[in-house]
Design a protein around this ligand. Structure first.
Ligand code: 8YV
Length: 294
Protein backbone atom coordinates (compact mmCIF):
# COMPACT_ATOMS: atom_id res chain seq x y z
CA UNK A 1 0.00 0.00 0.00
CA UNK A 2 1.31 3.44 -0.87
CA UNK A 3 0.88 6.00 1.85
CA UNK A 4 -0.77 8.37 -0.58
CA UNK A 5 -3.42 5.77 -1.35
CA UNK A 6 -5.72 7.20 1.26
CA UNK A 7 -5.94 10.24 3.44
CA UNK A 8 -3.51 9.94 6.24
CA UNK A 9 -2.65 12.35 9.02
CA UNK A 10 0.59 12.23 10.94
CA UNK A 11 1.47 14.57 13.78
CA UNK A 12 5.11 15.33 14.61
CA UNK A 13 5.57 17.04 17.96
CA UNK A 14 8.82 18.91 17.17
CA UNK A 15 11.27 19.84 14.44
CA UNK A 16 13.50 16.75 14.09
CA UNK A 17 17.12 16.39 12.84
CA UNK A 18 17.58 16.99 9.08
CA UNK A 19 18.03 13.40 7.91
CA UNK A 20 14.80 12.25 9.52
CA UNK A 21 13.05 15.39 8.35
CA UNK A 22 14.13 14.71 4.74
CA UNK A 23 12.89 11.12 4.87
CA UNK A 24 9.56 12.27 6.24
CA UNK A 25 9.21 14.83 3.45
CA UNK A 26 9.78 12.14 0.78
CA UNK A 27 7.40 9.61 2.32
CA UNK A 28 4.32 10.77 0.46
CA UNK A 29 2.10 11.09 3.53
CA UNK A 30 -0.92 13.16 2.51
CA UNK A 31 -1.06 15.27 5.66
CA UNK A 32 1.94 15.82 7.90
CA UNK A 33 1.35 18.34 10.64
CA UNK A 34 4.35 19.34 12.68
CA UNK A 35 5.16 21.56 15.64
CA UNK A 36 7.70 23.68 13.77
CA UNK A 37 9.89 24.61 16.69
CA UNK A 38 12.88 23.43 18.71
CA UNK A 39 10.93 24.25 21.87
CA UNK A 40 8.42 21.81 23.39
CA UNK A 41 4.82 21.85 22.33
CA UNK A 42 2.22 22.97 24.89
CA UNK A 43 -0.28 20.44 26.15
CA UNK A 44 -3.08 22.33 24.41
CA UNK A 45 -1.32 22.30 21.04
CA UNK A 46 -0.40 18.65 21.46
CA UNK A 47 -4.05 17.76 21.98
CA UNK A 48 -5.06 19.84 18.96
CA UNK A 49 -2.31 18.33 16.84
CA UNK A 50 -2.99 14.66 17.51
CA UNK A 51 -6.71 14.92 16.80
CA UNK A 52 -7.61 12.37 14.13
CA UNK A 53 -3.99 11.32 13.55
CA UNK A 54 -3.06 7.85 12.32
CA UNK A 55 0.53 8.30 13.40
CA UNK A 56 2.35 10.35 16.04
CA UNK A 57 6.09 10.98 16.07
CA UNK A 58 7.01 12.28 19.51
CA UNK A 59 9.95 12.98 21.81
CA UNK A 60 10.70 11.78 25.32
CA UNK A 61 9.48 15.10 26.70
CA UNK A 62 5.95 14.59 25.34
CA UNK A 63 3.61 12.86 27.74
CA UNK A 64 1.43 10.54 25.68
CA UNK A 65 -1.27 9.63 28.19
CA UNK A 66 -4.89 8.49 28.08
CA UNK A 67 -6.16 11.97 27.26
CA UNK A 68 -3.85 12.28 24.27
CA UNK A 69 -4.86 8.81 23.05
CA UNK A 70 -8.56 9.58 23.49
CA UNK A 71 -8.14 12.85 21.63
CA UNK A 72 -6.25 11.22 18.79
CA UNK A 73 -9.13 8.78 18.46
CA UNK A 74 -9.57 5.33 17.02
CA UNK A 75 -7.61 5.98 13.81
CA UNK A 76 -4.31 6.04 15.71
CA UNK A 77 -2.17 3.10 14.57
CA UNK A 78 1.36 3.99 15.56
CA UNK A 79 3.37 6.07 18.01
CA UNK A 80 7.02 6.45 17.11
CA UNK A 81 9.26 8.00 19.75
CA UNK A 82 12.64 9.57 19.06
CA UNK A 83 14.13 7.89 22.12
CA UNK A 84 15.10 4.57 23.58
CA UNK A 85 13.10 5.39 26.72
CA UNK A 86 9.35 4.76 26.59
CA UNK A 87 8.43 5.85 30.12
CA UNK A 88 6.62 8.93 28.75
CA UNK A 89 4.10 6.67 26.99
CA UNK A 90 1.04 5.21 28.75
CA UNK A 91 1.92 1.71 27.59
CA UNK A 92 -1.07 -0.05 29.17
CA UNK A 93 -3.52 2.28 27.44
CA UNK A 94 -1.61 2.02 24.18
CA UNK A 95 -1.67 -1.78 24.34
CA UNK A 96 -5.40 -1.84 25.08
CA UNK A 97 -6.03 0.12 21.91
CA UNK A 98 -3.80 -2.10 19.76
CA UNK A 99 -1.53 0.81 18.85
CA UNK A 100 2.06 -0.08 17.86
CA UNK A 101 5.10 1.65 19.33
CA UNK A 102 8.42 2.34 17.63
CA UNK A 103 11.55 3.44 19.52
CA UNK A 104 15.28 3.92 18.92
CA UNK A 105 17.41 1.45 20.90
CA UNK A 106 21.07 0.56 20.15
CA UNK A 107 21.86 3.49 17.86
CA UNK A 108 22.47 5.79 20.82
CA UNK A 109 24.35 3.33 23.01
CA UNK A 110 27.84 4.51 21.99
CA UNK A 111 27.06 8.22 22.37
CA UNK A 112 25.45 7.65 25.75
CA UNK A 113 28.32 5.45 26.92
CA UNK A 114 30.77 8.17 25.89
CA UNK A 115 28.84 10.69 27.91
CA UNK A 116 28.80 8.34 30.89
CA UNK A 117 32.61 8.19 30.79
CA UNK A 118 32.81 11.97 30.36
CA UNK A 119 30.49 12.49 33.32
CA UNK A 120 32.37 9.96 35.40
CA UNK A 121 35.69 11.73 34.83
CA UNK A 122 34.22 15.23 35.07
CA UNK A 123 32.73 14.35 38.42
CA UNK A 124 35.51 12.26 39.92
CA UNK A 125 38.27 14.68 38.83
CA UNK A 126 36.23 17.71 39.88
CA UNK A 127 36.52 19.52 36.55
CA UNK A 128 33.69 22.06 37.09
CA UNK A 129 35.29 23.20 40.36
CA UNK A 130 38.68 23.50 38.65
CA UNK A 131 37.26 25.48 35.73
CA UNK A 132 35.48 27.79 38.14
CA UNK A 133 38.66 28.41 40.18
CA UNK A 134 40.57 29.38 37.03
CA UNK A 135 37.88 31.94 36.18
CA UNK A 136 37.36 33.40 39.65
CA UNK A 137 41.00 33.82 40.66
CA UNK A 138 40.92 30.95 43.16
CA UNK A 139 43.92 29.40 41.33
CA UNK A 140 46.79 30.88 43.32
CA UNK A 141 49.38 28.13 43.12
CA UNK A 142 49.93 24.41 42.57
CA UNK A 143 49.02 22.76 45.90
CA UNK A 144 49.55 19.08 46.85
CA UNK A 145 45.98 18.20 47.79
CA UNK A 146 44.02 20.96 46.06
CA UNK A 147 41.19 19.66 43.84
CA UNK A 148 42.22 16.05 44.27
CA UNK A 149 39.63 13.52 43.17
CA UNK A 150 39.21 9.81 42.67
CA UNK A 151 40.99 7.83 39.98
CA UNK A 152 39.38 5.57 37.40
CA UNK A 153 42.46 3.36 36.93
CA UNK A 154 42.12 0.05 38.79
CA UNK A 155 38.72 1.03 40.17
CA UNK A 156 35.58 -1.11 40.08
CA UNK A 157 32.75 0.35 38.03
CA UNK A 158 29.32 -1.11 38.81
CA UNK A 159 26.81 -0.59 36.01
CA UNK A 160 23.13 -1.02 36.78
CA UNK A 161 21.42 -2.03 33.56
CA UNK A 162 24.19 -3.94 31.83
CA UNK A 163 22.27 -7.18 31.84
CA UNK A 164 24.24 -9.17 34.40
CA UNK A 165 22.16 -9.46 37.54
CA UNK A 166 24.11 -8.49 40.64
CA UNK A 167 22.12 -7.81 43.80
CA UNK A 168 21.83 -4.05 44.18
CA UNK A 169 23.25 -3.97 47.72
CA UNK A 170 26.28 -5.92 46.60
CA UNK A 171 26.84 -3.68 43.60
CA UNK A 172 26.60 -0.58 45.80
CA UNK A 173 28.99 -1.95 48.39
CA UNK A 174 31.66 -3.18 45.98
CA UNK A 175 31.87 -0.39 43.40
CA UNK A 176 34.12 2.66 43.32
CA UNK A 177 31.85 4.09 40.65
CA UNK A 178 28.16 3.27 40.26
CA UNK A 179 26.63 4.04 36.86
CA UNK A 180 22.85 3.78 36.51
CA UNK A 181 21.92 2.92 32.91
CA UNK A 182 18.70 0.93 33.27
CA UNK A 183 15.22 1.70 31.97
CA UNK A 184 12.71 3.41 34.23
CA UNK A 185 10.06 0.86 35.19
CA UNK A 186 7.83 0.43 38.26
CA UNK A 187 10.62 -1.85 39.61
CA UNK A 188 13.46 0.65 39.13
CA UNK A 189 11.54 3.76 40.22
CA UNK A 190 13.30 5.43 43.20
CA UNK A 191 15.56 2.38 43.45
CA UNK A 192 18.60 4.50 44.40
CA UNK A 193 17.46 5.64 47.83
CA UNK A 194 18.80 6.23 51.33
CA UNK A 195 19.42 2.52 51.86
CA UNK A 196 21.31 2.26 48.56
CA UNK A 197 23.51 5.30 49.24
CA UNK A 198 24.25 4.04 52.77
CA UNK A 199 25.61 0.83 51.23
CA UNK A 200 27.98 2.73 48.92
CA UNK A 201 31.60 3.42 49.81
CA UNK A 202 32.35 6.89 51.19
CA UNK A 203 34.81 7.39 48.35
CA UNK A 204 32.41 6.24 45.63
CA UNK A 205 31.05 8.33 42.77
CA UNK A 206 27.44 7.92 41.58
CA UNK A 207 26.48 8.58 37.94
CA UNK A 208 22.98 8.49 36.43
CA UNK A 209 22.38 8.38 32.64
CA UNK A 210 19.00 6.65 32.85
CA UNK A 211 16.03 8.63 34.15
CA UNK A 212 15.80 11.01 37.11
CA UNK A 213 13.01 8.99 38.69
CA UNK A 214 15.32 6.05 39.33
CA UNK A 215 16.84 8.18 42.09
CA UNK A 216 15.35 9.56 45.28
CA UNK A 217 16.90 12.99 44.86
CA UNK A 218 16.28 14.05 48.47
CA UNK A 219 18.20 10.97 49.66
CA UNK A 220 20.95 11.70 47.14
CA UNK A 221 21.19 15.27 48.40
CA UNK A 222 21.60 14.03 51.98
CA UNK A 223 24.21 11.46 50.96
CA UNK A 224 26.25 14.13 49.14
CA UNK A 225 25.82 16.86 51.75
CA UNK A 226 26.82 14.50 54.58
CA UNK A 227 29.81 13.06 52.68
CA UNK A 228 28.26 9.63 52.73
CA UNK A 229 29.40 9.29 49.11
CA UNK A 230 32.09 11.34 47.36
CA UNK A 231 30.24 12.83 44.41
CA UNK A 232 27.46 12.46 41.85
CA UNK A 233 27.15 13.16 38.14
CA UNK A 234 23.65 13.28 36.68
CA UNK A 235 22.60 13.58 33.05
CA UNK A 236 18.96 13.16 34.02
CA UNK A 237 16.89 14.66 36.81
CA UNK A 238 13.36 15.05 38.09
CA UNK A 239 11.96 17.34 36.87
CA UNK A 240 13.65 18.27 33.62
CA UNK A 241 14.73 21.02 33.43
CA UNK A 242 15.80 21.09 37.06
CA UNK A 243 14.81 24.42 38.67
CA UNK A 244 17.92 26.59 39.00
CA UNK A 245 17.35 26.93 42.75
CA UNK A 246 17.24 23.16 43.32
CA UNK A 247 19.29 22.09 46.39
CA UNK A 248 21.39 19.63 44.34
CA UNK A 249 22.76 22.59 42.36
CA UNK A 250 24.16 24.14 45.54
CA UNK A 251 26.54 21.21 46.08
CA UNK A 252 30.11 21.32 44.81
CA UNK A 253 30.26 17.54 44.60
CA UNK A 254 27.29 17.24 42.26
CA UNK A 255 27.65 17.77 38.50
CA UNK A 256 24.42 18.06 36.51
CA UNK A 257 24.05 18.00 32.73
CA UNK A 258 20.88 18.81 30.74
CA UNK A 259 20.02 15.28 29.45
CA UNK A 260 22.56 15.21 26.60
CA UNK A 261 23.48 11.50 26.64
CA UNK A 262 22.69 10.91 22.96
CA UNK A 263 23.44 14.46 21.84
CA UNK A 264 25.87 14.03 18.95
CA UNK A 265 24.88 15.22 15.48
CA UNK A 266 25.41 11.75 14.03
CA UNK A 267 23.43 9.92 16.68
CA UNK A 268 20.50 12.28 16.69
CA UNK A 269 20.30 12.10 12.89
CA UNK A 270 20.33 8.30 12.98
CA UNK A 271 17.67 8.34 15.72
CA UNK A 272 15.49 10.62 13.60
CA UNK A 273 15.77 8.38 10.53
CA UNK A 274 14.94 5.33 12.61
CA UNK A 275 11.96 7.08 14.20
CA UNK A 276 10.60 8.02 10.76
CA UNK A 277 11.16 4.47 9.43
CA UNK A 278 9.32 3.05 12.44
CA UNK A 279 6.49 5.49 11.85
CA UNK A 280 6.18 4.63 8.16
CA UNK A 281 6.27 0.88 8.80
CA UNK A 282 3.59 1.30 11.46
CA UNK A 283 1.37 3.26 9.09
CA UNK A 284 1.76 0.64 6.38
CA UNK A 285 1.21 -2.25 8.81
CA UNK A 286 4.68 -3.62 8.03
CA UNK A 287 7.41 -4.87 10.41
CA UNK A 288 9.21 -1.95 12.05
CA UNK A 289 13.01 -1.70 12.24
CA UNK A 290 12.55 -1.31 16.01
CA UNK A 291 9.19 -2.04 17.52
CA UNK A 292 8.70 -1.88 21.28
CA UNK A 293 6.73 -5.06 21.88
CA UNK A 294 3.77 -4.51 24.18
C1 8YV B 1 19.55 9.88 26.72
C2 8YV B 1 17.39 9.02 26.18
O1 8YV B 1 20.34 10.83 26.23
O2 8YV B 1 16.64 8.19 24.14
C3 8YV B 1 16.43 8.29 25.35
O3 8YV B 1 15.43 7.82 25.89
O4 8YV B 1 17.05 9.48 27.22
C4 8YV B 1 18.79 9.17 25.66
O5 8YV B 1 18.70 9.88 24.48
C5 8YV B 1 20.19 9.01 27.75
O6 8YV B 1 19.46 7.89 28.09
C6 8YV B 1 20.43 9.83 29.03
O7 8YV B 1 21.74 10.03 29.19
Amino acid sequence: MRLTARLMKVFVTRRIPPEGQALLAQAGISNVEQWESDEPISREDLLKGVFGAQGILCLLSDKIDKKVLDTAGSNLKVISTLSVGVDHLALDEIKKRGIRVGYTPDVLTDATAELAVALLLTTSRRLPEGIEEVKNGGWTSWKPLWLCGHQLLNSTVGIIGLGRIVPLDQLAAQSDFVVVACALTPETKLMCNKNFFQKMKKTAVFVNISRGDVVNQEDLYQALANDQIAAAGLDVTTPEPLPTNHPLLSLKNCVILPHIGSATYGTRNIMSVLAVKNLLAGLKGEPMPNEFKL
